[in-house]
Design a protein around this ligand. Structure first.
Ligand SMILES: Nc1ncnc2c1ncn2[C@@H]1O[C@H](COP(=O)(O)OP(=O)(O)OP(=O)(O)O)[C@@H](O)[C@H]1O
Length: 229
């Protein structure tokens, strides 16, 4: 579904990713892990076209999207939830969802389906997004990606800085979407959550993929060492 080959990118002259390759097959959940600053966010932003690709290719559903703009990738079905649950703080929860729904030209049913996955948002529809807790904002950010009816979901640390009860709700939604066959590329900091959710892993270190495989393939102590701060 998503194929990243030899990807290189960075900021100005500072190269951050060096020949990163990974695959997310149909219905697969692939988890990218690694210490702070190894390039996980840079990888997702490059996959989505938020950052330009210096070398390598990104192919989505058999189509080379390397030179497409982020909104064009979203239109093709790449749903993105960037780090830091970016919502429009002055708009209500409903307003945030409607703006995305209208931009994506999806029917109202797509909004109802997203809210069914996050029933905790239903009583908050009139509240300003800026007045939600961090966990509620993250749920709204995922719901916004879902109203575009993506064919794949790309999530950057959806559990970061969030109260444990909401982490469990978010994990359950990701698990449900995966069970329904949606391919997912997930950056996740908590190893236990990653081990419960992922089919395969890619571990980044210094802008390189240094380990890939299933949970069984990965040597637990080796992985802990690569993730230790
Ligand atoms: N806007 C930027 N300008 C310059 N350098 C940046 C910028 N954003 C990130 N970097 C640098 O790129 C490298 C990779 O950062 P990135 O955010 O991709 O790492 P990460 O693995 O996602 O880390 P974290 O877990 O802290 O989010 C780091 O050295 C970081 O300092």
């Amino acid at each position: 579904m998503l194929s990243v080959t030899g990807l290189e990118s960075g900021y100005g002259r500072a190269r951050v990713l060096f020949g990163v390759s990974l695959e997310v097959g149909a219905g697969q959940l692939v988890c990218v892990m690694g210490r702070n600053g190894v390039g996980k966010t840079t990888l997702l932003n490059t996959v989505m076209g938020v950052l330009p690709t210096v070398a390598g290719t990104v192919t989505f559903d058999g189509r080379d999207v390397t030179r497409l703009k982020p909104h064009e990738r979203v239109r093709l079905g790449m749903g993105y939830v960037p780090q830091g649950h970016q919502c429009f703080p002055q708009l209500s929860v409903h307003g945030n969802l409607m703006v995305t729904l209208e931009a994506a030209k999806q029917p109202k049913q797509a909004l109802d389906e997203a809210l069914d996955l996050f029933p905790a948002l239903k009583p908050l529809l009139k509240r300003s997004a800026g007045h939600l807790s961090g966990g509620q904002q993250q749920q709204l950010a995922i719901a916004r990606a879902l109203v575009t009816r993506p064919r794949m979901l790309i999530l950057d640390e959806p559990t970061e800085g969030i109260q444990p009860s909401i982490i469990l709700e978010i994990e359950a939604v990701i698990e449900r979407l995966h069970a329904d066959g949606l391919p997912v590329l997930l950056v996740e900091q908590y190893l236990d959550i990653a081990l419960r959710l992922a089919d395969t892993f890619a571990i980044l270190d210094g802008g390189h993929v240094v380990r890939t495989g299933t949970a069984e393939d990965l040597h637990r102590e080796d992985v802990r060492r690569l993730l230790a701060v």
